[in-house]
Design a protein around this ligand. Structure first.
Ligand code: SF4
Length: 437
């Protein structure tokens, strides 16, 4: 008889939808209900034949299957012998693994960083500078009558965001759903989300900062002495400003279109200031559209343990924080690190070519269930159980609400949780260091 596991949390994007039903028959997932296509694919990919199921070490240029003990030993040796190891990734695994990873970084005097440094790092820096008017997604669902997506296309990247939390859902004070809400999309092109919008504001690439400041001016004065700003006509800017001021509860969600375009954290400074200004007239909040399902979790755990959310350097024996200096891409571009441990991430597919070239030159340990381009370059590969499918754990939704990931099926034999694999490396590192001292 098939078993239906209910209230499963989806371990794919920052929405962390917690209403999934997974049908399991003979230890296999046969159906995933309520998930979008991205979430469904993640659950079904766990069962792919070409998944990494064994530990490997590269010997004479070829991957050779080895025992887990030998692979852990080799990984620990690489890290202990390195002068400046880099520990990177972490955003697609559970918080319990983050905790042990940070302990390992401290033990090694390593640099530890997560994918925030190439996505919403600028948002975190801006929030540290001027603060955040935030809320939970539940408050948006129950109260918001104006939704803005700026530089973000949730229809592709967070497919259930609109239906679960913002536009197409009924809330306690919004029981008519979309009929009581207005959707504005600001983007450089007419995305799928923009096609759903009541107002689409097409901004010139790189023109976000000026447009935000023009909106702030229009909100303060009710006027604007330019015919257009960043390609947006004056009348539309005044209209959007008026909609923002007159709503009951507005929510601005922003993505990499704002964080990674010209201006970076200054764009977010300006957006935070815009929302702060709006709170003189109404209730307005702002939230980054976090991508990986537990990128927020790493930033939270790292802040608890080190005082800093990402890009942390332990080389002096205590944590130091400086994005742009201790972020993974910069450490690689300066060819500083001489070994790397990558957990639940594929930097080779996303980092600049020169950073990837250095990663290819140094000893590389990868913990990943799939044969990614990064795994293909590894010297040691450790096969994990997949958090949220084969092992439980904690993850933080994009609004900082922690949720428990469920175990739905057993992992392949010999595949252990990330937290256990990293702990085994940590124990072995301590043994090796004790022996040499
Ligand atoms: S929107 Fe995100 S969390 Fe929700 S089901 Fe889709 S991929 Fe999973």
């Amino acid at each position: 008889m098939p078993e239906v596991v209910t209230d499963v949390v989806c371990p794919f994007c920052g929405c962390l939808c917690d209403d999934l039903e997974v049908v399991v028959e003979n230890g296999k997932i046969v159906e995933v209900r309520n998930a979008c296509s991205l979430g469904t694919a993640k659950f079904l990919s766990a069962q792919k034949e070409d998944r990494i199921r064994k530990p490997y070490i590269r010997k004479n240029g070829k991957f050779v299957e080895v025992s887990l003990e030998e692979a852990i030993n080799k990984a620990a040796e690489i890290l202990v012998n390195a002068n400046r190891p880099l520990l990177y990734g972490w955003s697609s695994t559970e918080c319990e693994a983050h905790r042990v990873g940070i302990m390992l970084a401290e033990e090694l005097g390593a640099v530890i960083d997560n994918t925030a440094s190439v996505c919403h790092g600028p948002s975190i820096i801006a929030v540290q500078e001027i603060g955040l008017s935030g809320c939970t997604l539940g408050q948006v669902k129950n109260r918001a009558d104006l939704i803005i997506y700026w530089g973000s296309n949730p229809s592709s990247a967070h497919p259930r965001h609109l239906s679960r939390y913002t536009m197409f859902c009924r809330g306690f004070f919004r029981d008519k759903g979309a009929k009581e809400r207005t959707l504005i999309v600001v983007d450089v092109r007419r995305t799928d989300t923009a096609k759903l919008a009541d107002y689409f504001v097409q901004v010139k690439p790189g023109g976000d900062y000026e447009l935000i400041q023009a909106l702030r001016y229009a909100i303060k004065t009710g006027d604007l002495d330019k015919n257009e700003v960043s390609g947006v006509p004056r009348d539309l800017i005044l209209k959007i400003a008026e909609l923002m001021k007159s709503c009951h509860f507005g929510a601005l969600f922003f993505g990499l279109g704002l964080t990674m375009s010209k201006g970076k954290h200054r764009n977010i400074d300006a957006a935070l200031s815009l929302v702060r200004d709006l709170n003189r007239y109404t209730k307005f909040v702002l939230m980054p559209m976090r991508g990986h399902y537990n990128v927020t979790g790493f930033n939270t755990v790292s802040t608890w343990m080190t005082g800093y959310p990402f890009s942390v350097d332990f080389s002096r024996g205590y944590p130091r924080y400086n994005p742009g200096e201790y972020s993974a891409v910069d450490v690689l571009l300066r060819e500083e690190c001489d070994a790397a441990l990558i957990v639940a991430s594929d930097p080779v597919s996303h980092f600049p070519r020169k950073a990837t070239e250095h990663l290819a030159r140094i000893p590389l340990i990868v913990i990943d269930p799939h044969w990614t381009p990064t795994a293909m370059l590894a010297d040691v590969i450790l096969p994990p159980a997949i958090a949220g499918i084969e092992v439980d754990g904690t993850a933080y939704r994009m609004d900082h609400v922690p949720l428990m990931l469920k175990k739905v099926i057993d992992p392949p034999e010999g595949c252990l949780p990330d937290r256990e694999l990293v702990k085994m490396i940590l124990d072995r590192v301590r043994e090796l260091k004790a022996r040499s001292s």
